[in-house]
Design a binder for this molecule. Structure first.
Ligand SMILES: [Zn+2]
Length: 59
């Protein structure tokens, strides 16, 4: 999956919840390039990007 912020494909899965994931939520991803942490919520009519931590800003 590409990073929704910078488009990098170097995102890695991170396990932030010990209780596992529900069927409506995909595993949390962290972009190794920009630091964005997000997941895709699929419980609604269409997939929705849920930003958990904003990307690191260098300026
Ligand atoms: Zn990124």
């Amino acid at each position: 999956m590409k990073c929704p912020n910078c488009g990098s494909r170097s995102a890695v899965e991170v396990d932030m919840h010990s209780g596992g994931f529900s069927s409506e939520e995909s595993p949390v991803k962290e972009c190794a390039a920009c630091g964005l942490v997000w997941r895709i919520k699929t419980g609604g009519d269409k997939p929705e990007i849920d930003i958990i931590k904003p990307a690191n800003k260098k300026n």
